[in-house]
Write a protein that binds this ligand. Structure first.
Ligand code: FES
Ligand code: FES
Length: 157
């Protein structure tokens, strides 16, 4: 089947998509956007998180056909050209990245949190990121990064 959708502002078409194929596979293997990671492929880890029509989803759980006519934004689409988004910058500055496998999903999820709640409490950060697993960092640096990004976006720092 053919699937047509918009990703990061660009119209894309994928041909010969198998009915059981995931949106994650289409993004990574057909559209050339490998930022979203495939760590579990069963909705457990959050490393494949993308926006679908403005709502964060696990791309591994979305059938490619469900993306027909819809708008997707991936971690690659958060930066403004060469200028990183504040969340991406904060992850780098705070050392919130080790192997990096969880990072794209966490960045998208944190980006969404700060859009919805510009000054999130620690409890709100923990709750928002509860579906994103990281086996390297112990999460403290990730929390630091989200606090920093929120403060910067709110103009506090
Ligand atoms: S790869 Fe999608 S949730 Fe883990
Ligand atoms: S940095 Fe390795 S899983 Fe999070």
């Amino acid at each position: 089947m053919r699937v047509t959708f918009t990703v990061n502002g660009r119209r894309e078409t994928a041909d010969d998509v198998w009915e059981g194929e995931s949106l994650l596979y289409v993004l990574r293997e057909r559209v050339g956007l490998p930022g979203s990671k495939n760590a579990c492929e069963q909705g457990e880890c959050g490393s494949c998180t993308v926006y679908l029509d403005g709502v964060t989803v696990c791309a591994c759980l979305v059938a490619a056909g469900q993306a027909e006519g819809r708008e997707i934004r991936t971690v690659e689409g958060l930066a403004d050209g060469d200028r990183l988004d504040a969340v991406q910058e904060a992850f780098v500055e705070c050392g919130a990245v080790q192997c990096g496998f969880c990072t794209p999903g966490l960045v998208v999820q944190a980006h969404d949190l700060i859009e919805r709640i510009p000054r999130p409490s620690d409890a709100e950060i923990r709750e928002a990121l509860a579906g994103n697993l990281c086996r390297c960092t112990g999460y403290e640096k990730i929390l630091d990064a989200v606090r920093l990004a929120a403060a910067r976006k709110a103009g506090d720092r």
